[in-house]
Ligand binder design. Structure first.
Ligand code: ADP
Length: 339
């Protein structure tokens, strides 16, 4: 696993190679001179390959697509970029393959100001999401995790998480790595923000190191053993119940905004912002990145952080695509000022 440029790895003394051939910055340490704390994202990088079809093929059938496009994605990369676009100092930890998709993903993050010095090269190809969209806008998606499946606890162990104010996690890399990163983040005194997506059942004790749990209504239902309708009917109660798992719980509700609760503290609802919706892709990632950015900036008022995150999520629905739709800090401030 050498660096893409063949130079010795820069990610510490473990012999692991960075996929970032642009510079020798190999650690997730705090940016020198930055006042706010750093966000370290341990998560997935995927290339989204999107093809438009009249209708989805049945097994054994071939249908003709109407053009295709590739877009940088993956929840980890999207959330890293979302936080960076809002002004946070962000480092990404993960793996890509030694291929064009990996290089394009790194370039996209780098262009957005994310430190990719701790993204390593895996032996498998870069993760890919094969996305078919039919005439009614209905998606069917197959994800091949590729190098994302090779992100190990030791990838995290060698990093300087000491400097992180927030460690941000999702469930698109192996669970043991997510849990190891949560443990390391907690030991380093960081806030540990888990966006528990995609939905999967998790034991409460597995989440012992998570300080901030962020889920949508479906993921909340999966964690609570409830159905999504019950979460939607009383999302504040769902958030309150989730504080048994983590001290802070936030439930996003699409066009209905979000609900939040603090263990032994406040709780409430935040409506979404009225916007002209074009494409809701990455709204959840914009919300997550914004919440991380506010926490890293030292925001202690959870209601204010959730309001900011809702504004970022709503803005992301006004533009097509994932990464291109993520708003800047100025855009969020303008929406908040006008509301
Ligand atoms: P996910 O994609 O993870 O399911 P959500 O759909 O709950 O995430 O969206 C996250 C946030 O984005 C919401 O809390 C809300 O602030 C904003 N949002 C999503 N859909 C809309 C919408 N149709 N109109 C306005 N804001 C939206």
């Amino acid at each position: 696993m050498a660096r893409a440029d063949g130079a010795p790895g820069a990610a510490g003394g473990t012999g692991r190679g960075s996929a970032d051939s642009s510079a020798g910055r190999g650690e997730a340490a705090p940016a020198r001179g930055s006042r706010a704390g750093r966000v370290v994202v341990v998560g997935s990088l995927n290339m989204d390959l999107v093809v438009r079809v009249e209708r989805h093929p049945r097994p054994g059938e071939t249908v003709m697509g109407r053009g295709h496009a590739s877009h940088p994605g993956g929840k980890g990369a999207n959330q890293a970029l979302a936080a960076a676009r809002l002004g946070a100092s962000v480092a990404m930890v993960g793996r890509v393959g030694d291929d064009d998709h990996g290089r394009a993903l790194l370039a996209s993050l780098r262009a957005g100001g994310v430190d990719v010095g701790a993204v390593l090269t895996g032996t498998q190809p870069t993760g890919v999401a094969f996305i078919q969209v039919d005439g009614a806008g209905q998606n069917s998606i197959v994800v091949s995790p590729g190098a994302n499946a090779e992100v190990t606890p030791s990838d995290v162990a060698g990093l300087g998480l000491r400097g992180a104010a927030v460690v941000m996690l999702q469930l698109e890399v192996p669970l043991e790595t997510v849990l190891a990163a949560a443990r390391a983040g907690r030991a380093a005194g960081a806030a540990v923000l888990l966006n528990a997506a995609p939905a999967r059942p998790l034991a409460g004790e597995e989440l012992a190191d998570v300080t901030h749990l962020l889920v949508n209504e479906h993921e909340a239902a999966a964690l609570l053993g409830a159905d999504a309708a019950a979460v939607i009917a009383d999302p504040v109660a769902a958030a309150r119940r989730l504080t048994a798992v983590a001290p802070v719980a936030v439930v996003t509700l699409g066009a209905a905004g979000a609900a939040w609760a603090e263990r032994g503290g406040g709780e409430g609802r935040q409506p979404a912002f009225a916007v002209e919706v074009v494409d809701t892709t990455a709204a959840g990632d914009a919300f997550a990145g914004a919440l991380a950015a506010r926490l890293a900036a030292g925001e202690r008022d959870l209601a204010a952080a959730v309001r900011y995150a809702c504004a970022a999520g709503s803005l992301a629905t006004t533009r097509a695509g994932a990464q291109p739709s993520l708003p800047t800090g100025g855009e969020v401030e303008a929406l908040l000022a006008g509301a």
